[in-house]
Design a binder for this molecule. Sequence first.
Ligand SMILES: Nc1ncnc2c1ncn2[C@@H]1O[C@H](COP(=O)(O)OP(=O)(O)O)[C@@H](O)[C@H]1O
Ligand SMILES: [Mg+2]
Length: 229
Amino acid sequence: MAVMGRNGAGKSTLLHHLVGLRRAQRGSVEILGRTPAALGASEAIRLVGLVPQDPGALLCAETVAAECRDGDRDGGLAEGTTRAVLESIVGGISDDTHPKDLSEGQRLALALAIVLAPEPPLLLLDEPTRGLDYGAKERLSHLLRRLAARGRCVVVATHDVELVAEVADRVVVLADGEVITDGLARSVVCHSAGLASQVARILAPAEWLTVEEVATALAERPRENRASS
Ligand SMILES: Nc1ncnc2c1ncn2[C@@H]1O[C@H](COP(=O)(O)OP(=O)(O)O)[C@@H](O)[C@H]1O
Ligand SMILES: [Mg+2]
């Protein structure tokens, strides 16, 4: 699910409530019947994980290895768990690198590994594609789709309509802290001028979201159709 909306709409605030960093003044937050703000840290990280807008904010150790060890300790995980998750997201990061010396994509991967290692059923990401190059963004899209396919609930706050077109089934749009749209990604991305992906803009009114989707559909068409158009 993607949460969209202008700056100041309340996307980050919503994620902070879901992860229990804030308590609601009205209403309540329940994840699988539990209120995250009422849980202790080690229970909370097994229920819901947030990769914040600045993933560096999660990182405070001197090396990648120490960061992974702290992740294992905080989550009560077997030694090496967080490191293995990191390796599955992006290979080749050396243990003794300082987190500050990682690229944006590597820092995001390390923060993701720390958040994912305790296997929370709900994963929240706040504007994860900011500062990522094309390749890192592709890898992130694949990872999020894999996690969703394995039954995780993944919520991404983002301005990035191309990411939304790639990964989201559902889009919620916020304005001034209120939900103004809640619908299938395909219909939101294809029918709202401000939120349309490039492919949706070009091929409107047909409802196509991504280049990959169009390429697959073209490849699957019967041969005669392909020859005549
Ligand atoms: N539901 C809400 N009702 C009232 N104020 C809100 C609500 N959600 C967010 N805010 C306020 O709006 C401001 C910006 O919210 P933020 O979550 O940072 O927006 P975004 O991440 O969409 O840019 C914050 O000061 C926050 O306290
Ligand atoms: Mg925000």
